[in-house]
Design a protein around this ligand. Structure first.
Ligand code: HEM
Length: 408
């Protein structure tokens, strides 16, 4: 309980976030790090403008993730106003046991290290093709010309075998649904992608099987015989497509932004590629692209000293957890040599991300190819980074300049 708000605002520059947390406020994108640090230090349980809870300390976030019978996903993970409205629930994200495990485990084999490795050469080719489109220009907006299209194509084209000519539509519509514009615009784009995915599934149903993730979704059956509708199948393909679409590119952009503003780190990675995997873990920790996900309580509990009751909605804040000094040593420092990095960027527990190996491979190949072909790059003078806020977080543009080959 705060006795004197003027004292609190002197101690916590972001005190208004303690009881008026608003993911849609532009400041949530741009002041994300400071807000996260402030919440971890001063306000382990904040309240949103809609009266929902936000937990930020590592141990509390982990408890929410691990106690998934109490902190349920089945009635929705998106809270009130933060995600396009849709009739279908996200599958398998918005499911509880046992349905969740049945569906999710039917996909696991497509996301093992070995299964992912099969796609690496094609993804490297896609990434090189993107670099070809701007290399001679000596300048690039890394988000629009590299990070966004690579996330879309690596999954939709290389893994889900969607037609190459549909990539511009998919990239534009999914990005708009997840990150841009009013909620009405997002919802319209979400519906457009849902219609596309439904038509694509119908088309694939009439073709011979390829034994890929799309077939796994098309032919999934519950072991107890209950129905799994075409709408749910479309929702499942939407979820797995959308999940990697904004996230991977956001980390690539964050990584290149850090390397452009810390040339000593860039030179280290250029001269020793074996440092890249560990550096990626640090970029994942800092530029966390899906920081806020929600759960609904199925019973009463106490969390970080706060009484909560059945039906309450609780967000976990990975920005806070990944900067909690109780677990991460000197969390404010981007340390590419960090040995113990227990970030929660892919969450944990039953709903832990399905795609970490795929995401890591994409980010690694993107950095390898970019550093190989554009080893010396600078941020355009005067540029101020701006981050989109919401359940996902990413830099909206990153203008770089570099010497085009043959320009000297
Ligand atoms: C840097 C990249 C990524 C990040 C940071 C990320 C983050 C996350 C997080 C935090 C969750 C947990 C949601 C929850 O607690 O309810 C999640 C779930 C999920 N992710 Fe990712 N993700 C990434 C990339 C991917 C990719 C590339 C794919 C697949 C192509 C993917 C597929 C999924 C799926 C299917 C789920 C739902 C899992 C379940 O409910 O069992 N993700 N992801």
């Amino acid at each position: 309980m705060v006795a004197d708000p003027s004292i609190e605002s002197r101690v916590c520059p972001h005190a208004e976030w303690h009881d008026r947390f608003d993911m849609t406020a532009p400041a949530f994108g741009d002041d994300f790090d400071e807000i996260a640090v402030d919440l971890v230090e001063h306000c382990p349980v904040a309240r949103t403008v809609d009266g929902e809870y936000v937990v930020s300390r590592y141990a509390d976030v982990k408890r929410v993730l691990l106690e998934s019978d109490l902190f349920s996903s089945g009635t929705g993970i998106r809270g009130k106003n933060y995600f396009p409205k849709s009739e279908e629930m996200l599958r398998p994200n918005e499911m509880d046991q046992p349905e969740h495990a049945w569906l999710r485990h039917s996909w696991d084999r497509f996301f093992t290290k070995e299964a992912i490795a099969v796609h690496e050469s094609e993804i490297r080719r896609i990434i090189d093709g993107l670099i070809d489109t701007f290399l001679a220009d000596g300048e690039v907006d890394l988000v629009a010309q590299f990070a966004d299209p690579l996330s879309c194509r690596s999954f939709c084209q290389a893994v889900a075998n969607m037609p190459v000519e549909d990539m511009p539509f998919l990239q534009r519509a999914f990005q708009a649904a997840l990150t841009a514009g009013s909620m009405q615009e997002r919802t319209e784009n979400w519906i457009a992608t849902h219609q596309y995915v439904s038509r694509f599934l119908e088309q694939r149903r009439s073709e011979p099987r390829r034994d890929d993730i799309v077939d796994a979704i098309l032919h999934f059956e519950y072991p107890d015989g209950r129905p799994f509708s075409m709408g749910e199948r479309a929702s499942a393909l939407m979820q797995v497509t959308a999940a990697g679409l904004v996230t991977t590119g956001a980390v690539v952009t964050g990584a290149v932004y850090h390397l452009a503003s810390h040339p000593e780190d860039r030179d280290r990675l250029v001269s020793d590629r074996s440092l890249i995997p560990r550096a990626i873990e640090e970029f994942l920790r800092i530029f966390v692209p899906a920081p806020m996900v929600g759960r609904r309580l199925t019973g009463d509990t106490e969390l970080a000293g706060v009484r909560m009751t059945k039906g309450d909605f609780v967000w976990y804040n990975l920005g806070g957890a990944n900067r909690d000094p109780a677990v991460i040593d000197r969390p404010e420092v981007v340390d590419l040599y960090r040995e113990s990095n227990r970030h929660l960027t892919f969450a944990t527990g039953r709903h832990r991300c399905l795609g970490p190996e795929f995401a890591r491979m994409n980010i690694r190949v993107a950095l390898e190819q970019f550093l190989d072909r554009v080893p010396d790059f600078q941020i355009q003078p005067g540029f101020q980074p701006h981050f989109e806020a919401g359940m996902t977080r990413r830099m909206t543009s990153l203008p770089l300049t570099f010497d085009a080959p043959g320009s000297r």
